[in-house]
Design a protein around this ligand. Structure first.
Ligand SMILES: [Zn+2]
Length: 307
């Protein structure tokens, strides 16, 4: 198992034909996690041949339109396609109310159950977990309440070195070794899991989704060492004052956050419509943090390919 990410939109509030509004689609163990759902996200899913039916969890950072105006359309389409599986939506105060009104006046009745959980953006906390991942909130600084999300794969089981196992060991004891626990065998001898009877599994994947936000170093301890950090870069640093006024970040600042948090890779996006050529963004971020990826609509990232 590994994370697989597809970027559905790298634009910001003002529409641009080459850059859709924000949405990222992450697949983990055949289940889809959608981060933000800007206008026409469902069209982007079709364009990039992704199955909307796979989406089980939706996370909305904040209530600016370029981050959630596609949600009601997506829900209606899932309904038309006779979805029956439960859907889990996490978003700020007001989102459930907006969706309820939209459904009321469009006479939309969902055939499937939606579990809605309101997010809080004052502090970081564990939002949800399942067998494979856990998701923690990342409080951000924006003009409306906003929280990013950190999704972390749970520790992978150790690989058993069968040929080294003593013959008298039970299945339960093997299971403990796989989980990384040392075992006391029937002869009173300790069988050490790590580096003896097992090899540690590959490092778990992790992905932090940070948009929209002003430069905000308080997030550093939460995203420390993450495998891939997505950080918004609405502006180039020459407009740092504009970034400050509008609670956005520059490419240089995203690079600084990535460097100071010791992340492995940085992905940038949410580019202002004023920029046609995005080369200066990657150049600026790389001045500070070399392992930077310039986001593009339709770009897909297999976490196994990341350093
Ligand atoms: Zn915003």
């Amino acid at each position: 198992m590994s994370f697989h990410l597809t970027i559905l939109g790298t634009g910001s509030a003002n529409p641009v034909v080459t850059r859709n509004a924000t949405s990222h689609f992450l697949m983990v163990e055949q289940e889809g996690y959608l981060f933000d759902c800007g206008e026409a996200t469902q069209t982007q899913l079709l364009r990039f041949k992704l199955k909307a039916t796979r989406i089980k969890y939706i996370f909305i950072t904040h209530l600016h339109g370029d981050h959630f105006f596609g949600l009601i359309g997506l829900l209606s389409t899932l309904n038309m396609h006779h979805r029956v599986d439960d859907l889990y939506i996490y978003g700020p105060k007001g989102l459930a109310e907006v969706l309820t009104l939209q459904m009321k006046y469009s006479d939309t009745r969902l055939n499937f159950k939606v579990h809605f959980e309101e997010t809080r953006s004052e502090e970081s906390y564990l939002l949800m977990e399942n067998d494979y991942v856990k998701v923690t909130t990342i409080p951000l600084v924006h003009r409306v309440p906003c929280c990013g999300f950190l999704i972390e794969e749970k520790e992978k089981p150790h690989k058993i070195l069968k040929e080294l196992l003593p013959s008298h060991i039970s299945i339960e004891q093997i299971k403990c070794l796989k989980d990384g626990q040392d075992v006391l065998d029937d002869n009173g001898e300790v069988l050490y899991s790590c580096d003896y009877y097992t090899i540690k599994g590959p490092a778990p994947d992790s992905y932090a989704f940070c948009t929209d936000t002003a430069y905000h170093p308080a997030i550093l301890p939460i995203i420390k060492g993450v495998k891939l950090l997505y950080h918004e870069t609405t502006f180039l640093h020459e407009l740092v004052e504009r970034a400050k006024e509008t609670c956005h970040s520059t490419a240089y600042q995203a690079g600084q956050i990535a460097k100071e948090a010791g992340v492995k890779n940085l992905l940038i996006g949410h580019f202002s419509s004023r920029y046609k050529d995005l080369t200066p963004f990657i150049d600026e971020a790389k001045q500070v943090f070399h392992n930077t990826i310039l986001g593009e609509d339709g770009m897909s990232i297999d976490f196994r390919d990341l350093v």
